[in-house]
Design a binder for this molecule. Sequence first.
Ligand code: XIL
Length: 360
Amino acid sequence: MKVSRVAAAGLLAAASLYSVLPAAGSPAPAAGSSSPDRPLRELAGRQLLIGTAVDHAAYTSDATYRARVGTEFNSITAENVMKWEVVEPERGQLDFSAADELMTAARRNGQQVRGHTLVWHNQLPAWLTQGVESGDIDATELRGILRRHIIDEVGHFRGRIHQWDVANEVIDDNGQLRDTIWLRELGPGYIADAFRWAHQADPRAKLFLNDYNVEGISAKSDAYLALARDLLRQRVPVHGFGAQGHYGVQYGFHSASEVAANFARFEKLGLETAVTEADVRMIMPTDNVKLQAQAQGYSVLLQGCLLARRCNSFTVWGFTDKYSWVPGWFEGEGAANLLDENFAAKPAYRELQAVLALAR
Ligand code: XIL
């Protein structure tokens, strides 16, 4: 299995050099046309979890979206509804109702679930951030609050979450621990604490570090490697390293072998690896050249994962341009997903089909 994965990814790396060079304005070549209608999860077979972030509101209101989540993917991540601001909007009042709906759907669809996310600096409830800011919540109390949050949430889903993004975006682009309320109030030990509490609440879940701009070898991924080594030396239960994979066509991409080489460093420490939030945005409007480049961006992430020895989970951050976080967060950018706003396949979708089919 591993041998065929590696050989196929190598072949594809060479083949995709050609597939990104259509004449401007010409129709996109039908890459992967040998298997046009086979869903990604079927092509992935048992070799890989192929996942998507799920927008809970879209899932409950849009039947086409809902059906496609079930047919295309064998893993899901809650895009927002497991985040702290959603699960504890008022202090002490836990609300897992939306997350529970996604868990039920996942079970029905035979899907694994990635938990996202336990300690992060964004999407925190206002009572928490304001309490810290005003001084009402001191460091000792805050540590207890974080512990409670992790034990409650991981405990609620105990035995049903395959991988948890325990610590999200805890290092900045300069490779320093990110300046957040957690670091300022609790000191660097909060990361080890978070993993220990999560492990205590669900000893079987695989616990991940997760961040963006860490797909290749860089100061930031070097810092993660040092952090992972340090945590493991202290016998902290950390099991995986996730590269989010938020790419933009205007920035270019790593090669698949660069991604695999980066993942290999973490695997050498004993960690699993994953691509957790792949999307490839572009400056609008779209054109064929950008859409082909986008296919290449997705391709290197998937091939990088397949080339790595312990990357068994590849998740896209949404799958249709109809529901995407990109336009709201990156002005003038969009079209970051595999399917367009009408759920029609873009070149990127065909490319992932082709990579998966060859890697079988
Ligand atoms: C994003 C969601 O997609 C948006 O809907 C929300 O408004 C903000 O967060 N890195 C992460 C994800 O780890 O949780 C983020 O998700 C995207 C960047």
